[in-house]
Write a protein that binds this ligand. Sequence first.
Ligand code: HEM
Length: 370
Amino acid sequence: MSQTFDPSSSLVHFEPGMEHLEENEGGTVAGLEDTLRGIRETTFEHSGHAIRSVHAKSHGLLFGTLTVVDKLPPSLAHGLFAKVGSYKTIMRLSTLPGDILNDSVSTPRGLAFKVIGVQGDRLPGSEGDETQDFVMVNAPAFSAPTAQKFLGSLKTLAGTTDKYEGLKEVVSRFARGTEAVLEAFGGKSAIVVTMGGQAATHILGETFYSQTPFLYGPYVCKFALAPTSPGLKALTKKPIDVNGKPDALRESVIEHFGQEGGEWDLQVQLNTDLQAMPIEDASVPWPEDKSPYVTVARISAPVQNAWSAESKAAGDDGLSFGPWHGLAAHRPLGGVNRARNGTYANSAKFRGRHNGCPMHEPRGSEQIPD
Ligand code: HEM
């Protein structure tokens, strides 16, 4: 990713007419709700504990500090990044399925983090909170163009919930070979991407992307988080042994943060061309030669215990991360993001209700454990 940015390039100013409702969007959201509810009810019935409908397994819960870059040019000084400041952060690393699988089932990785103590006009539904969440996956674009297309692959994934670890493992292994073939023909199958196609590498070496667009003050952007400290960069594409190690990813995260900290750049890619960088098709990676990702903040996390029973209870059960928790200046855009609004809230409510532990939204004044 490039660190340079030409502020004279023509930035797209957001206008409401740039978003378009998909046909029967309400029906699609209802289908997503049904499918996601089915996943979490199945895992709850089998385990007695309520977990996320997707991204259920956590591999690390990290405390850190986000610092906004000093002297950002006016085009980048918006929302959370409007002025220099430092904020506490909580980060959760996950993998995609809605059940807790053996790590030999190699699936896409997620990273969500909360920036705590943020002031400014809020998104509807997160009024009164002081957090800005970022929810990302380790690929620059989503596996489906629209929420409706995503519903199809989610249904297939849901059909395997808590039943077919063996099947998922086979699909995942198969996918590692198949993906190369598909890419050679210029396409990616949504199901292959959803269920596998992920190499068994260290999760801390990954770059994570918002995949979907957001407001950036008057502009439109995507976000990314890239490792920058030498220790984290050395982990990019580094193979890890997952054989006979059901929690290999978590163990590798605990090992790293037991010895050294880590740093990431939070980057933004501003939209300069609506044709090449569409708002309503989340499967299109926005070309970096048209607009590079540029760093707007840094996150640093010190040496710490990256996962424990206590932090799991607080971070897995007691927190919810979602694209609609945040500032109005970073409103989620496009159909995939619209479909995420209620679905994240309902999954979180289910967890709170069944685990007897209501969601907790940290505030700036609170003591966050180091
Ligand atoms: C229509 C599309 C999508 C739907 C319906 C959906 C739904 C959900 C739901 C229900 C949860 C669990 C929420 C909770 O219990 O707290 C979740 C978590 C998550 N999603 Fe999505 N999602 C969608 C798209 C995306 C996209 C585009 C990304 C990333 C680029 C993403 C990344 C994640 C991650 C990383 C988590 C885990 C967050 C955490 O650690 O708490 N999702 N999603």
